[in-house]
Design a protein around this ligand. Structure first.
Ligand SMILES: O=c1ccn([C@@H]2O[C@H](COP(=O)(O)OP(=O)(O)O[C@H]3O[C@H](CS(=O)(=O)O)[C@@H](O)[C@H](O)[C@H]3O)[C@@H](O)[C@H]2O)c(=O)[nH]1
Length: 389
């Protein structure tokens, strides 16, 4: 298949492009390198050094003998988006190219507006480009489990059958997201479902949980193929952060009680889910939703798993929760769709965490401890940036 990976320079976009190329697909990546710019804005860097795109692509060519084409541009520019899609003529578009950090979207008005404009407009341009170039192109879009929030009923895969006053209908599952970032993905989902309904587009929305891990079989082949590993309080995700904190002897930063529960997924399963969704496309007109998680843990449980796997001393600190989120709640997620397509999950294990400790230990001198503690407060309409604190 010809597969275009939008956001192909990011934490997950890059390993996904390699995985798909490794499996024999004709792959192109597109990126505006915004993720690297956020590092400059925040004054932080990936724990694991990453190479520029040109070096990555050349390393992949040397290691695998395969080439990946690269496009540089911004999806918010609708002309660029349609021209790129017309040029590459993909069978499938995998769309990772969004601002993906909840805390970043909650810094202040400017960051909230940027996040929603960037994500919603970029996604709309992709939908229009597909409709214009070839409505048969399958869109595989990265959504988030955070679109649902933490409802007091089971979370279904995107759709819910509701009986109301004796009548029954199948409706989009009600959403109660927890940040302006998560809201941007809700807006995307609605736009995509509408495009499927009016233009007969085919789309798969992957509502992914919190990803952990840093290596896939392909990124491990050469240090130049490494993907990023974030530890800062804005872009670092919870399990990855706890691993680095354990290695540094820093207390694990559990927000609030730690009773808040999230779906998790190993990075190796992420790339495999994208392959499975791409190779088994949705039907024309179908808005298909999968919940892309393999297990659920509370934050407190994640801290315990990390502490128990680490050979040294680990302490846990309960910080005042900077976010507004339910800390004790029901959480039961249906996630059978991807398993039915053939996913064999890597469940969280000591082996994985031990290998992550190794990665963190190797690069621990690159950590800026000042970036570890959360500064963005959900209850405030404007949080100071690090440089202004
Ligand atoms: O040091 C920390 C960091 C986080 N948390 C807690 O851990 C949970 C998850 O936080 P996170 O920063 O790991 O993840 P989140 O902000 O939800 O966002 C991440 O995970 C989302 C999936 S989900 O969480 O919505 O299912 C993706 O959409 C995002 O792109 C990705 O950045 C939250 O309850 C948060 O309060 C802590 O207790 N301590």
């Amino acid at each position: 298949m010809r597969i275009l990976v939008l956001g192909g320079d990011g934490y997950l976009g890059w390993p996904t492009a390699l995985h798909l190329s490794d499996r024999g697909h004709e792959v192109a990546v597109a990126d505006n390198y915004a993720r690297r710019a956020y590092d400059h804005e925040m004054g932080v860097q990936s724990l694991v050094p990453i190479e520029p795109m040109q070096v990555r692509l050349e390393a992949w060519r040397q290691v695998s003998g395969k080439t990946i084409k690269s496009y540089y541009g911004d999806l918010v520019d609708g002309d660029f988006t349609v021209e790129m899609i017309r040029d590459f003529r993909p069978d499938t578009i995998v769309h990772f190219a969004e601002q993906r950090a909840a805390p970043y979207s909650m810094i202040d008005r400017r960051h909230a507006v940027y996040t929603q404009q960037n994500n919603v407009v970029g996604n709309l341009n992709v939908l229009f480009a597909i409709q214009e170039v070839d409505p048969d192109i399958h869109l595989v879009k990265l959504g988030t489990m955070g679109e649902y929030g933490t409802p007091n009923i089971d979370i279904e895969e995107g759709w819910l059958e509701v009986t109301h006053k004796g009548r029954t209908d199948r409706v989009l599952y009600p959403k109660k997201p927890g940040s302006f970032y998560h809201l941007s993905k809700v807006h995307d989902s609605h736009n995509i479902e509408f495009a499927c309904r009016i233009w007969g587009l085919r789309a798969t929305d992957l509502n992914q949980g919190v990803v952990y891990g840093q290596e896939t079989p392909q990124t491990a082949l050469d240090t130049r193929l490494a993907t990023r590993f974030d530890y800062d309080a804005i872009f670092g995700t919870v399990l990855n952060r706890f691993v680095i904190q354990a290695v540094l002897g820093h207390p694990l930063t559990v927000y609030g009680t730690g009773g808040q529960t999230r779906g998790l997924i190993d990075i190796r399963d992420t790339v495999e889910c994208i392959r499975l969704a791409s190779e088994n496309p949705a039907e024309p007109g179908e808005f298909r939703v999968f919940n892309q998680i393999t297990e659920s843990f509370s934050v407190e449980e994640i801290a315990k798993v990390v502490a128990n796997s680490f050979e040294g001393e680990v302490s846990v600190e309960h910080l005042d929760n900077p976010r507004v989120e339910q800390q004790e709640h029901y959480y039961n997620v249906v996630h059978t769709g991807l398993v039915e397509l053939g996913l064999e999950p890597h469940l969280l294990s000591n082996t994985l965490i031990e290998s992550l400790f190794g990665v963190a230990d190797k690069y621990k001198d690159r950590v800026d401890l000042a970036a570890m503690l959360p500064t963005v407060k959900w209850r405030s309409a404007s949080s100071p940036m690090r440089t202004e604190a």
